[in-house]
Ligand binder design. Structure first.
Ligand code: CTP
Ligand code: CA
Length: 227
């Protein structure tokens, strides 16, 4: 990879991105998942690579093809995603764009569950590890900058501000994914960047432009004492 790294403000910086959904098995043929194309994480990876970063891309099973030029780690479950993240530390920044399933089936069946067994299956759920919170609260090797996302439908800024404090991350990129916004599944995004300084609403723009602007902000934040 080293030979292909570009010059740019993020040259020499290692940046971890989680992307896509996770799949939590119910049995060998069924799973629990969130809706996520992986488009947002992929766009951010491309924008960071364009600024010279060494991007480590940990992705669940996403529709979007992974970015060229990233170190790729494919995972299935939230636990595997967390393990993969731990293995690639230390990094300068971690961007958690994955739509991690909040729950997994406590004991997935190793053989296919059959309908003709009679009655309905009862799935007992267990909570998955919170990757963003774990990375934000690492005692050793905490990245200098940890960024999370919050897709909300109500009280976006308040919910995202609370989420930032609860998880201990530095920034939250919040957006309103209510159906009337057309953002979910669309090509544009309208986000509010929540930092320690407060809520900064960005104008509506393409998802690629959001990624580029975020990458620029990350580059500014990682410049040692230059600001
Ligand atoms: N996240 C994570 N690991 C999880 C759950 C969430 O890393 N197990 C990250 C996501 O990648 C995102 C941020 O946390 O950056 C917020 O995810 P979200 O689903 O909005 O937050 P939750 O804490 O799961 O709260 P809820 O779904 O109840 O709104
Ligand atoms: Ca969640």
């Amino acid at each position: 990879i080293a030979a292909t790294l570009r010059d740019g403000p993020l040259k020499g910086r290692r940046i971890l991105i989680t992307s896509g959904p996770t799949h939590e098995p119910i049995d060998p043929v069924r799973y629990i998942a969130n809706r996520s194309s992986g488009a947002q994480g992929t766009a951010i990876a491309r924008a960071l690579i364009a600024l010279g970063a060494e991007v480590i891309f940990v992705t669940g099973p996403a529709d979007a093809p992974p970015p060229d030029g990233a170190e790729l780690h494919r995972v299935e479950t939230a636990h595997q995603m967390l393990d993969a993240c731990h293995k690639v530390l230390p990094v300068d920044a971690a961007i958690c764009a994955a739509a991690v399933a909040d729950w997994r089936v406590a004991s997935a069946s190793s053989s296919k569950m059959k309908k003709d067994k009679g009655g309905l299956p009862k799935l007992e759920l267990a909570e998955n590890p919170d990757i963003l919170a774990t990375l934000s609260q690492l005692a050793d090797q905490r990245p200098a900058l940890v960024v999370g996302f919050a897709a909300e439908t109500d009280d976006v800024a308040q919910n995202a501000t609370a989420k930032r404090l609860r998880k201990g991350c530095d920034w939250i990129v919040a957006n309103d994914v209510s159906p009337h916004t057309g953002i979910m599944g669309g090509t544009e995004n309208e986000v509010t960047l929540i930092t320690a300084a407060g809520a900064e609403p960005w104008p509506r723009m393409s998802k690629g432009q959001v990624a580029a602007r975020l990458a620029t902000r990350i580059a500014e934040a990682l410049v040692p004492d230059a600001a």
